[in-house]
Design a protein around this ligand. Structure first.
Ligand code: AGP
Length: 611
């Protein structure tokens, strides 16, 4: 949450900072600001409530310019969205941007107020810059003042500071909030995430917790906050390109990302499947036969859409590997003192690799001696670096706040893990493994077919866009897809929607059903089909409107064919991928028709880096 950009180099950095913010706006968009030291040596700050476009307008004709500066797009935690709460915050010669939460800001603020300091915002961030100014007056030394200040903070932060008195130095630090550094021939960049700097460089250093970096025009020095030890982390090459983070002619990032899914799925399995031998090889997972054989239980932990992927994985891993799987929301797992040991595989799933609760859950697993692995989309993210092994989803940058391609690639990564696990522990034979791989190879073609046949979904969106509530029902491995379909609809269209296990309907939600309630049902042929049909009859008997996603061919029992969307049959473990697509598209089209901000829905942020 919150996007930070910093620049120092020979160029006029204003455009670099503003373009960088635009690429990070998915991280927060309730206010924005920029601070630069100009060639006249003056620090100028412009801030604005609302989206980045407001800041753009405010900057027209404004002399904010320079070759050093910082910028910020905010997702409010302390203090409502307003200009006075927008970053950068200034005190004396310093302007500072921050992402994170300072947990001890209240006593620190009280101390500063007692000393006579006045505050103009309700933020925790203003306390940091006020402390810095006090320490600087005390010590008379900039670097020491930064160290002293940061040592007083409890909580999470990524900060970047510009100093009017030292206009040739940018200072940054992080603790539990993401911050990367980009290096080109003559410039240095700081950012919360890679897309901000992709147009300028792919050479990146991933800063670690409790590290400070001092960037001058000649070079940089990284040191540990605690003991001042010099650090020399490797410069890594990012394999994303700037085009991947653009809309490429689509009206919204979400739509582009929906249509990228067949490609993303191929990239995800191509990186680990030996297509000739039909075998799965995970180069960065560190989870081989001897270890898998010792695993007595698997915990899968995540938030939001990634949690729904975890729920599908329970069906896959229990079904294929016959090992018990527990799935938890990261926010609950981390605070319930889970029982873990070296017989447990803890798998965390996160698109961003920065979600605070998922990160804390992983730390809990590491501290308690579980074998901790992660499924992550962003290379170099905190979770990717903390885990003892990683499977990367190769979705590319996901900019739309509503997760789409990250979700389906997570499902594919989990499927690959399940078949690898099952094969290594002798639960499936070679022939079954080959068949599983073959089904995966056929999946992108089936996804293409769904995505090229969407007239019916658009018609459903037109017909149902003004309804107040939706219910999504399914059973088995499609049940989490009902949850995900409901989440997609509510987060971007603001229509109330609930996903339910169809068998649970008569234990409560059936009371809601009447002629005003569209009920989306997901069904495929197999052992659960008849039971789904019974649930559908129960809905129809109460005048509920059935919309059906069905594998194979339409069924008369479901009602008129216009309310049935047919998908090609696929295996029980891969059908969740296919069923996700029409639900993403329905949510998208409903949101567009209702005129909501599809890519940046209200109150949300892409990467939830605060607890
Ligand atoms: C869903 O559309 C959301 N973007 C959200 O639920 C998201 O999946 C959740 O915040 C977890 O994010 P992560 O995968 O980056 O950890």
């Amino acid at each position: 949450m919150c996007g930070i950009v910093g620049y120092i180099g020979p160029e006029n950095g204003r455009e670099i900072l503003m373009k960088g913010l635009a690429r990070l706006e998915y991280r927060g968009y309730d206010s924005a600001g920029i601070a630069m030291v100009g060639s006249d040596g003056r620090l100028r700050i412009v801030r604005c409530e609302g989206k980045l476009s407001g800041l753009d307008s405010k900057l027209v004709g404004n002399p904010v310019n320079g070759t050093i500066g910082v910028a910020h797009t905010r997702w409010a935690t302390h203090g409502r969205p307003s200009e006075e709460n927008a970053h950068p915050h200034r005190c004396g010669p310093f302007a500072l941007v921050h992402n994170g939460i300072i947990e001890n800001y209240a006593p620190l603020k009280e101390e500063l107020i007692k000393e006579g300091r006045l505050f103009s915002s309700q933020t925790d961030t203003e306390v940091i810059v006020a402390l810095l100014e006090r320490e600087w007056r005390k010590t008379g030394e900039y670097k020491q003042a930064v160290r002293n200040t940061l040592k007083k903070l409890k909580g999470s932060y990524a900060v970047v500071i510009v100093n009017e008195e030292e206009p040739d130095m940018l200072v940054a630090a992080r603790n539990e909030s993401p911050l990367i550094m980009g290096l080109s021939d003559s410039s240095f960049f700081l950012a919360s995430d890679v897309p901000a700097i992709l147009p300028y460089t792919r050479n990146v250093i991933y800063l670690n917790d409790e590290e400070i970096v001092f960037l001058s025009r000649q070079g940089y020095a990284i040191e540990s906050l605690r003991d001042g030890e010099k650090k020399n982390p490797p410069v890594q090459q990012v394999n994303w390109n700037p085009i991947m983070a653009e809309k490429a002619g689509y009206k919204h990032f979400m739509l582009k990302e929906i249509y990228e899914q067949p490609r993303a799925v191929i990239d995800t399995f191509r990186s680990v499947v030996d297509l000739d031998r039909k075998e799965v090889v995970f180069p960065e997972l560190n989870l081989e036969k001897e270890l898998l054989e010792k695993i007595e239980r698997v915990f899968i932990v995540a938030c939001g859409t990634s949690y729904h992927a975890a729920l599908v994985a329970k069906y896959m891993i229990e079904g294929l590997c016959r090992v018990p799987v527990e799935v938890d929301l990261a926010s609950e797992f981390r605070s319930r003192n889970p029982i873990l040991s070296d017989k447990i595989l803890l798998l965390v799933i996160s698109q961003s690799g920065e979600t605070a609760d998922t990160r804390a859950a992983l730390k809990e697993g590491l501290d308690k001696g579980a074998h901790c692995r992660a499924i992550v989309n962003v290379v170099g993210s905190s979770i990717a670096r903390m885990a003892q092994g990683v499977i990367y989803t190769h979705a590319g940058p996901e900019i739309g706040v509503a997760s789409t391609k990250a979700f389906t690639t997570q499902l594919v990564a989990l499927y690959l893990l399940a078949i690898h696990f099952a094969r290594q522990t002798g639960k499936i034979d070679r022939e079954t493994l080959e068949q599983c791989v073959q089904e995966l190879i056929e999946l992108p073609g089936k996804m293409e077919k769904v995505l090229s046949n969407t007239d019916k979904i658009s018609a459903w969106a037109r017909r149902f866009k003004d309804y107040k509530d939706f219910l999504y029902l399914a059973r088995g491995a499609l049940y989490p897809i009902a949850l995900e379909g409901a989440l997609k609809l509510k987060e971007i269209s603001y229509i109330h929607a609930e996903g339910y296990a169809a068998g649970e309907m008569k234990h409560g939600p059936i009371a809601l059903i009447d002629a005003e309630m569209p009920v989306m049902v997901l069904l495929r042929h197999g052992p659960l089909f008849e039971k789904m049909i019974s649930n559908i009859q129960e809905v129809k008997a109460r005048d509920g409107i059935i919309l059906a996603l069905i594998e194979g061919e339409p069924s008369e029992i479901l009602g008129p064919a216009e309310f049935q969307f047919v998908l090609e049959p696929s295996s029980q473990w891969l059908s969740p991928v296919l069923f996700s697509l029409p639900l993403q598209l329905l949510a998208y089209h409903v949101a567009v028709l209702r005129g909501t901000d599809v890519d940046q829905p209200r109150n949300l942020a892409k990467s939830v880096t605060v607890e």
